[in-house]
Design a protein around this ligand. Structure first.
Ligand code: SF4
Length: 383
């Protein structure tokens, strides 16, 4: 990789250490996904270090804005906007949330959540939920088993998930969405079975509550294929299969797709035994294309151009350019692999990511970020 004369390589990203006014939605349009939802940041980054999550790594270190900055951002909305989405709820401390909640309640706003962290559901949050009249909430176990949640460094256990499901149902939630991934490193059939068993346990917790009020809470299980993302520990892992590949070893894309389809079918069949449990899943072929966009380099530009200009399916377009899906997303890498996204320097050392990948493979947990004392990934100390 070479840079043009005068251009830096790598390009250092800029990072905002403090913020006077939180960033927020600039334009609400009926043609967009969040047509009447005013999104406002509570901070940047996330302290948890989930090993699959790009946002958790590229927005390091985690930074929380103070309540005044958030409220300044909220005040910029137009008067008729009443639905508010707060980004970064996982990190916000209670004092900040208290001030923001008081402001939202005074202004007659309703809060909307994309997903809630199961171990952060407390009385304050439940109060906000009931004030906002929300009936549907998503929580993301992400890994199908306790062991896999350690592999991804999620830091949630079964007790957290059961407690969250119970408390949300008690608070009047009628639809509980559960997001999980298949195709994670080291995943086995036992991990998938554990998810089916967990749904049985959740139903045992929530059905009596639903029966006593005359309306059962539905569960929607949303199954998504794991996509390896740049600048994460799992950038080294192939798409769709559970095993690590040796450097330059390739694995057939068709077999990866077959495995993902079998896993999705297994889960779908497994939850059929439960009433009031709905199932939705990714199409592995579409997920594979996402993985290609995630890990591809400049050669993918012509593939995309042909798809747009000539209406070609992506697999055909790849073939026309003498490229293969395997070389980008089903090919082993090593600690010294140079990835196309390394032209941007986020401050994280590749050595740290490689180490984290291997900790993940052995289901070892890493502590959450503590920017005051921790210097392990290379980011802190620079701002
Ligand atoms: S140095 Fe430590 S606290 Fe700072 S971003 Fe990295 S892991 Fe988090």
């Amino acid at each position: 990789m070479t840079a043009r004369a005068g251009a830096p390589l790598p390009i250092e990203r800029l990072s905002l250490a403090k913020c006077k006014k939180a960033s927020h939605s600039e334009l609400l349009s009926p043609d967009a996904e969040f047509s009447n939802l005013y999104l406002t940041e509570l901070g940047r980054g996330c302290s948890r270090g989930c090993r699959f999550c790009a946002a958790g790594f590229i927005y390091r270190p985690p930074r929380l804005w103070d309540a005044d900055a958030v409220i300044r951002g909220l005040r910029e909305r137009s008067d008729d906007v009443r639905r508010i989405g707060l980004l970064g709820m996982e990190m916000a401390n209670n004092a900040t949330m208290d001030e923001i909640s008081a402001y939202l309640l005074e202004s007659g706003c309703a809060l909307s959540f994309s997903s809630l962290r199961a171990d952060r559901i407390n009385d304050k949050l439940l109060h906000l939920l009931s004030q906002s009249n929300l009936k549907s909430v998503a929580i993301a176990p992400d890994g199908t088993s306790e062991r896999l949640r350690k592999v991804i460094n999620k830091g949630l256990d079964q007790a957290d998930l059961l407690r969250a499901a119970k408390r949300l149902t008690e608070a009047g939630i009628l639809k509980l969405k559960l997001y999980v991934m298949v195709g994670l490193p080291t995943e086995t059939c036992e991990d998938l079975q554990e998810l089916i068993d967990l749904i049985g346990l959740i139903k045992k917790e929530i059905d009596p509550i639903g029966k006593s009020r005359g309306w059962l809470t539905e569960i929607l299980l949303s199954v998504n294929c794991f996509i390896p993302k740049p600048w994460t520990p799992f950038q080294y892992h192939p798409f769709g299969i559970n095993k690590k590949l040796d450097k330059d070893e390739e694995y057939p894309a068709k077999q990866a797709i077959t495995q993902l389809k079998e896993k999705i079918a297994f889960l779908k069949q497994g939850v059929k035994q439960f009433d009031n449990v709905h199932f939705q899943a990714d199409k592995p072929d579409n997920a594979m294309f996402q993985a290609l966009l995630s890990k591809g380099d400049r050669r993918i530009a012509n593939v995309l151009y042909d798809m747009a200009a000539h209406g070609l399916p992506w697999k055909k377009s790849i073939k026309n350019h003498n490229l293969s899906t395997e070389q980008f997303i089903l090919c082993g890498s090593s600690s010294t692999s140079y990835f196309p996204w390394y032209i941007i320097d986020h401050g994280i050392s590749a050595e740290y990511l490689w180490k984290e990948y291997h900790k993940g493979l052995s289901a070892a947990l890493t502590d959450p970020c503590d920017p005051l004392i921790c210097r392990r990934c290379g980011v802190c100390g620079e701002i």
